[in-house]
Write a protein that binds this ligand. Sequence first.
Ligand SMILES: [Zn+2]
Length: 298
Amino acid sequence: MTLLEWHDKFPDDEACRQYLFDQRWPNGFVCPKCQGTKYWTVQRSGRTAPVYECAACGHQASVTAGTIFHRTKVALRVWFMAIFLIAVDKGGKSAFALSRELGLPYVTAWLLHHKIQQAMTERNSRYQLGGLLELDDAYFGGISHGPGKRGRGTDQDPVMVGVSLTEKGHPQYAFLEAVPDLQDETVKAVLERRVEDQGVWRTDGAPVYASAAQEHKAEPKVTLSTDPQAAEVFHWINTVISNAKAFIDGTYHGRGRARRQLYLEEFTYRFNRWHMGTRIAERLVLACLTSKPHPYAT
Ligand SMILES: [Zn+2]
């Protein structure tokens, strides 16, 4: 879908609201309290979206309540446009670029971007990698270009990275997680959340992966980084790491692991869905619709 087609599909707030309504209630309105199906539409002053009042019990439901659009003052059409721009741009869209392209105050653009990243994060957390995996860690940081980029610097955080491969050796899905350290329990906690049991794990032989593989009943395959085949074996994970670094360097210049993690999740969200083409934009609308409201971020 092109930007023009997206605009034609969602020309105004009403079209966006109707789309959210159809996604939330594909078989028509159902009252979340009493399951009643008759309702009145009530437009409240000062709110972007109307509410639907259940004819049976009087409960007021809205398509945006309990989602990332909760109590938003920003027009849904603007949200949808921001979602499209962030979803389809391979290199991501900074809050600054969004603000310029949508004519929004920077703080508004920043908030939309931040909330959309949180929806991506929530969606990413529902999946685990399985099958044939490459697992590694790398240092990302303020100065991640130049020599010594794999070494520890003063403001660099280690990032754990996993990539799953198809039988033909093509990359499928990835996860990237910034961690405070690479202690055994830190690494294992991440693998517990991000990786399924069993499968085959390609690693460079760090002992923690061997012991975690045993706990996950996975088959470890070690290729030392000094091995002449290492570049070939770890081709995809190295590619993901360098692309993620380029993305972080290009769009995010701040410090702080939590903020950086949001950018890693944004990168991951797009990476894992690149095969969808521009259908990714509608998926991201759904991710926003099913993501819980996030209070104003720190
Ligand atoms: Zn009801």
